[in-house]
Design a binder for this molecule. Sequence first.
Ligand code: XUL
Ligand code: CO
Length: 438
Amino acid sequence: MAVFPEVAKIKYEGTSSANPLVFRYYNETEVIEGKTMREHLRFSVAFWHTLRGSGADPFGPGTMYRPWEGADTVDNAINRVKVFFEFCEKLGAPFYCFHDRDIAPEGKTLAESNKNLDAVVKVFKEEQDRTGITLLWGTANLFGNPRYMHGAATSCNADAFAYAAAQVKKALECTMFLGGQGYTFWGGREGYQCIWNTDMKREVEHLAKFMHMAVDYAKEIGFKGQFYFEPKPKEPTKHQYDFDCAACINFLRAYDLDKYVKMNIETNHATLATHSVEHEIDYAGSQGFLGSIDANAGDMLLGWDTDQFPTDVYMTSKIMYYLLKHGGFTTGGLNFDAKVRRESFEPVDLFYAHIGGMDAFALGLKIAVEMRKTGELEKLLKERYASWDSGIGAEIEAGKADFKSLEKYMFEKGEAAPNVSGRQELLENIVNRYMFKS
Ligand code: XUL
Ligand code: CO
């Protein structure tokens, strides 16, 4: 029985349409720079928000009308999988992501939890085979259960570490069974609240040990997916160890994990770290760590992880511009780690939300491609660095200069005179031209 009877398959109708249940920009088969929009954007639906999000917040319980919720039983979990695939099919999203505990109820014992997972994952596989929709990445919830109150891999309680290891082992097996293209580590509670009770060095080393165990186990079972590390500076803990891309990449390099793990960058996490998402994408990309993106948006007036659906086309254009600059996705995708507002309680709001996000990214892709094609922005950027293309700049870059030769050069030259304007205002005006001509 269809759960969303009022919604048919969402079609592309183009910009002349005012139907709220169609795409105006996302035309999955349209080819842009040699790839279809579907291949560029690799949209993914987050099981935890879309199927399980209740709308609860610290001030009150859930508000969502979700006829598929019911009791926390395996039968209901199996039924939810079918609802989920009906949603993804109607939306036309090629991928999805999950946490172990979103998709199957946690049992009284680890063995029972694993058995529940097996029963549900089997149905995921059947639905995947039926629809062609596949798993972008899997992950384990290592933060919800009270046993993880101090963290999981970074807990002061070695038993919590061991439990988390068992949970990730199973989550990896499920991810592999479903042909998942990746596996994500998000810090959960891997951080601390109070420095007086925290042995930071030991905790960070434990996190590295934990990731190495995951990498080793993946090799052992033949899981070929890409591991991702998802930065977030705070929330739930005050100091998360995976603060931003720079902190994560430093950690991965320091503990010899850089060959195995890339970044999963989330917009709202970037802004919590007082960065922009395009900063994080360009930083990770330039260091060779760009993996996947959790697509959402924060609210400038609220200081927490509001996980809103992305509709700001300036932002999606910048994301696509810097993503294309670094070669686009390989295993990664745009996963809507986003939730409808507590007041948007009807199931159809889930469609409006995803359609809006997908259209915002499709338009962003088109704008970014135009900006790249003309090379206008790139030309101004290159001009700004022209002093490095010849003369002393080229010598420095080629390793042919040292402090003594540079001192001699400056004695002769006398001054480092201003050579080029930053042209920020001009660049921003050019960007507006691209934004509003289409
Ligand atoms: C939390 C968050 C998670 C991760 C997966 O802020 O983003 O949903 O993406 O655990
Ligand atoms: Co996320």
